[in-house]
Unconditional design. Structure first.
Length: 340
């Protein structure tokens, strides 16, 4: 079978491409700018192009057909509309990566199924993903365009440590604060439940949907089965570092308001996503992909990630502005406590 990945070198897609590259049943192609050739497995073929240059891509794809086309870098309707024009009649399945943040926050029930209402007034990113889904499903219903929707939640790999609150330069400054014995900000009271998924586990669910006739015209979220509180997530990270966690809880709406003044968009990422308890019901996926299960627990995955990050200086991106901001927020809340 022949698969084309638009992108294919990101946190999620790298694990999927690696898994397929080891399967002799698949011929794997990537369509991207070729900027991360170091992560492309041997035997994977590349089409070097900018997917936004539709005319050039159409020319380079002329005469080619695929069993599966996987879109990982589609964020707004215009991009999936372009894909529809490029791949209509040229693929047996088009898989679109949406987002579990598109589910209504807060939902009527903390248990999330694929039938949970789609709406997110707090995050434009999520609303755009919903609009992409609506366009694609309309084409499926009216024309039979063979779409499958996949909704990841918080997926990470060896280069990333999942957190709730961090600066614009990524997670590492929070790790540094832990190492230095400083308090780290956790949204809310730290008791809401969250799900994090290691990318190799995600790849099992995703590849099981590829070429699967039961996936056409359907939506699936792909997550692990392990639900942890945010306090547990941060405590697990601290334990892996061998340090004491000094958790400092701050309300999500306060973080959103004060963060916006300093260029941090916490309304989408927190109010519209991570501040609300969600537990994913994965039964639909497991019916379609019986092999899907959590093989990398978070305590295992975070040790893999920290071992990589702490041995690769290029991953240790410091963010002194965010560090100072954390100190200001903590000082302000402590001052407010003393006023009562």
């Amino acid at each position: 079978m022949k698969a084309l990945f638009i992108g294919g070198t990101g946190t999620i897609s790298t694990a999927i491409v690696k898994r397929l590259a080891e399967d002799p049943c698949w011929e794997v192609w990537l369509l991207n700018r070729g900027n991360r050739k170091d992560v492309v497995p041997e035997g994977v073929k590349q089409i070097i192009a900018d997917i936004n240059d539709e005319a050039d891509v159409a020319k380079k794809l002329e005469g080619m057909e695929f069993d599966v086309v996987s879109e990982f870098i589609g964020f707004v309707p215009a991009q999936v509309e372009r894909d529809y024009r490029l791949f209509k009649g040229k693929t047996k399945q088009y898989i679109f990566i949406s987002s579990a943040s598109a589910y209504h926050k807060p939902a009527a029930s903390y248990i999330i199924t694929e039938g949970t209402t789609m709406a997110n007034p707090h995050w434009e990113y999520s609303r755009n993903k919903i609009a992409c889904e609506e366009f694609l499903m309309k084409k499926y219903r009216e024309e039979g365009f063979p779409v499958t929707i996949v909704r990841p939640s918080h997926t990470y790999d060896e280069r990333n440590v999942p957190l709730g609150v961090h600066g614009n330069k990524g997670f590492f400054q929070v790790i540094k604060r832990m190492q230095e014995g400083k308090p780290v900000i956790i949204q809310g009271d730290g008791s809401s439940l969250w799900t994090v998924t290691f990318n190799s586990d995600f790849a099992v669910g995703y590849t099981g949907l590829m070429g699967n006739p039961h996936a056409i015209g359907e939506a699936f979220h792909i997550t692990g089965d392990e639900s942890l509180t945010w306090d547990q997530i941060y405590k697990t990270i601290a334990d892996a570092l061998g340090v004491e966690l000094k958790a400092y809880h701050v309300a999500s709406d306060f973080l959103s308001e004060v963060g916006a003044k300093y260029g941090y968009d916490f309304e989408g990422g927190l109010t519209g996503d991570k501040s609300v308890t969600v537990v994913f019901d994965n039964r639909k996926l497991k019916r379609a992909v019986p092999d899907m299960c959590t093989k990398v627990r978070f305590d295992q995955g975070v040790r893999i990630a920290l071992a990589y990050v702490l041995s690769h200086p290029e991953c240790q991106v410091e963010d002194p502005e965010f560090d100072a901001w954390c100190d200001k927020v903590i000082a302000a809340q402590e001052a407010a406590k003393n006023m009562v």
